[in-house]
Design a protein around this ligand. Sequence first.
Ligand code: KIV
Ligand code: ZN
Length: 510
Amino acid sequence: MTRKIAIFDTTLRDGEQSPGASMNTEEKLVIARQLLRLGVDVIEAGFPISSPGDFESVRRIAELAGDQATVCALTRAVEKDIDSAADALKYCKRPRIHTGIGVSPSHMRDKLRITEDECVERAVKCVAYAKKYVEDVEFYAEDAGRSDYAFLARVIEAVIKAGATVVNIPDTTGYSLPEEFGARIEYLMNHVDGIENATVSVHCHNDLGMATALSLAGVRCGAAQIECTINGLGERAGNTAMEEVVMAIKMHGEELDAHTDINTREFIKASRLVSSITGMGVQANKAIVGANAFAHSSGIHQDGVLKKRDTYEIIDPADVGAGQSQIVLTARSGHAALKHRLEELGYELEGEPLDQVYDAFLNLADKKKEVYDEDLESLVNERERNESALYSLEGVQISCGFPLTPTATVTLRNQADQVVTACEFGTGPVDAMCKAVNKIVQVDNDLTEFSVQSVTRGIDALGEVTIRVTAPDGDVYTGRGADGDIVVSSTKAYLNALNRLLNDKQGKRG
Ligand code: KIV
Ligand code: ZN
């Protein structure tokens, strides 16, 4: 039997740190359900001290997970962070506190302004403090990828003595080369007294496009846990993509002496869910989950695949949940059929929320006859976006064309239930719409990205618009909106981005 490698998902924590990928608690719960379907071993649900929203997400995900997965909360090496994490995990069946400190010369000297001795002392102190609350304490040695081997070994040995059950060796800046990172893990395996009493974890970033290779190098040399995210979401260039590292282990399990317990058939669903909730699209040529990952276009390749699939395909698409027959719903499909399909897609809706999605579904089915999974995901997400909205769209009317001056009239409802209308001119229809919305909402922002994508195929497909806005403090917010009319989608997307910005700033002030 090969070694079991634990999969630690951090989509909801490191993944959420991607600019513009912030999620609310309900959205995180939808993703957490899918992570449980995937069978991940650990869900890092958030950083409780960072905001009331993060605290609540950790608490609710802990409740949801029961004993199906360990739920982990991040902290700095600071007592009040650890208190908050312990509080959020109070009713968790399998709680883990993830605490740690920077260990590279750059982090100690320039960020923390501490000596090596002080670093070891703080590392030990935070593990011992967390240990008062939970048995399972993971220590992260931030920027371990650029740390001194001997000093890293000294810190790791000390925290294991203090009770750390898992020691995380992150390549925080994605700096390492795979052979070197593997050698670092090997060094720890051979030089740390008591290393056999802890699980060694790897947490790699993708700044040089090598996060998957680094994680596998770590596994080859003794790591037994990989920290990763769906679609490789994460800070800057992202983290190790779960679908990549798990499929690589599945393909090369014997050589790596490793296996995972992940249900790989859930990957495509997970990828689509995370992309649609965060607004972070997946590039078409992305390994495993990209739209072209199993598409063969050259004649020679097509000929080969038709003769025998494995001439050009190393993975059976069905193994990752790709190319499965789509159930198409129509206006004749009832409540039960919709509910059932939504559950298969990862959404559990009852009562009024289900009725609202059903109404929207009937509306759409009237217009476009066949409703695909992507349309349903879009309708559910649209409903969730409206639920947390401070401003909701009552109407939008645009006049544009040649030689007209584009004009937009937008009507919004605010939280005090007042309906306000504004009219503006612009250089184009979207510019005019944004100006009209800004006149009502009055929040400083810069629209930095705008893209339209059709949700499914055909002329009657829903058009999904993604908009990114930057607040004056540099924070980025993503908004999405879907409709058969792309001017309406654009208005919904812009409003969604502004609602997120306002909710976030209010939450932070709260
Ligand atoms: O990249 C990193 O070092 C991290 C730690 C907080 C685990 O995300
Ligand atoms: Zn990280």
